[in-house]
Design a protein around this ligand. Structure first.
Ligand SMILES: NC(=O)c1ccc[n+]([C@@H]2O[C@H](COP(=O)([O-])OP(=O)(O)OC[C@H]3O[C@@H](n4cnc5c(N)ncnc54)[C@H](O)[C@@H]3O)[C@@H](O)[C@H]2O)c1
Length: 346
């Protein structure tokens, strides 16, 4: 971090974030692993996100929400920042606008001046799937060849990239969506991009039963995976709010979460429901940091069922946003704006 009293802020719109390399899944996976490594070493302050569901009183049944996701990353990064994240169910039926829309702010931890504001929507899509990719890397059965992805939206799109990057032996991906046309369109977009067969379908359960790994990234607001979907030796990774029912999670041999302190605060997550019911404790789960730091030794045998879930961490957005900022500065792209010419009061 270069300290300065210059109140200049580099603004990066989505097209510039793309030029600066946001669509590089290999880089994103490395940044995700580094974030969880630093988190596990106590080098990141990342309080649980503050959630505002709307309309007032809707609780977990929100129509839209804002999340504030502040953090400080220490170590050799030394950057503060926050992601202002949002999702709207209404956007799913409005052409021309994503379901989730995010903005990321990076700040100097010493002078506390913000130095970059960038579109965070693509960072979210990339890093969310990269988290699933890292879960898959550490928990998938050896030489996994068949994977089911449920949800062919924005996160489904980046999930194909993450799976191809994290599971080098993969040969077939079932791409499922209740809206089959979306699954077909996304599969067509990936035709000839990877040497993997991508099969669009609306029958997610049949696909799951033919797979070693199942990853869900849907906007479903109630669980659709029950125990009849689960085979011995399977890894199930849930990235949406509440996609596998409580029995599926609680009966898994290994329950993994991205970050325990945060996931138990989010009432729509299965891990939070089980924790509140007194059926899950910190000691019963493996965190993603434990995997990255080698504190968890991996699958035992070929029969273990592993369930992973994630709520997402602001530190991921700041870590990747900072990398994008450095690239953009090197490339001389973006627009400089200023907080002030001279502060009125100091
Ligand atoms: N864990 C994280 O860090 C994180 C971060 C960002 C988004 N998410 C979650 O990822 C999910 C997907 O987000 P998105 O931006 O891709 O949304 P999107 O609207 O672009 O796509 C969601 C897709 O899910 C499909 N779907 C909904 N219910 C389904 C069901 N029961 N079976 C099959 N398909 C179904 C929809 O038809 C749609 O195509 C959301 O729940 C979002 O909250 C998680």
């Amino acid at each position: 971090m270069i300290h300065s009293i210059d109140p200049g802020i580099l603004f990066l719109q989505e097209e510039e974030v793309i030029k600066a390399g946001v669509l590089d899944m290999k880089m994103t996976i490395q940044a995700v692993e580094k974030t969880y490594e630093l988190l596990g070493k106590g080098q990141i302050i990342n309080p649980p996100k503050t959630h505002i569901g709307m309309p007032i009183g809707s609780g977990a049944n929100w129509n839209s929400f804002f999340n504030s996701m502040p953090c400080y990353i220490g170590g050799d990064i030394n950057v503060g920042g926050t992601k202002w994240a949002a999702e709207s169910r209404k956007n799913s039926s409005i052409p021309g606008i994503p379901y989730g829309i995010d903005i990321t702010i990076l700040s100097d931890p010493e002078t506390v001046l913000p130095f970059c504001i960038l579109d965070g929507t693509l960072i979210t899509a990339m890093r969310t799937s990269a988290v699933a990719g890292v879960f898959a890397k550490y928990t998938a059965p050896k030489n996994t060849e068949t994977v089911t992805l449920v949800g062919a939206g924005v996160i489904g799109r980046t999930m194909v990239m993450a799976v191809c990057e994290s599971l080098p032996a993969v040969k077939k991906i079932y791409l499922c969506d209740m809206n089959l046309a979306k699954a077909k369109a996304l599969a067509a977009d990936y035709k000839d991009v990877y040497s993997v067969e991508i099969v669009p379908t609306s029958d997610a359960k049949t696909a799951a039963l033919d797979s070693q790994v199942v990853i869900t990234e849907t906007t479903a607001s109630s669980p659709f995976i029950d125990k009849s979907w689960i085979k011995k030796g399977m890894t199930v990774i849930n990235m949406g709010s509440y996609e596998a029912d409580l029995d599926v999670v609680s009966s898994s041999d290994v329950i993994a979460v991205d970050y325990w302190d945060q996931i138990i605060t989010y009432e729509s997550k299965a891990a939070a429901k089980l924790y509140k019911a007194g059926k899950l404790t910190r000691e019963n789960v493996v965190e993603l940091s434990d995997m990255v730091l080698g504190k968890w030794t991996g699958r035992k045998g070929t029969d273990e069922v592993i369930n992973c879930s994630s709520l997402g961490l602001g530190a991921l957005d700041i870590m990747i946003g900072y990398e994008i900022f450095l690239n953009a500065r090197r490339m001389g792209i973006g627009t400089m704006v200023k907080l002030w010419d001279k502060p009125l009061w100091e």
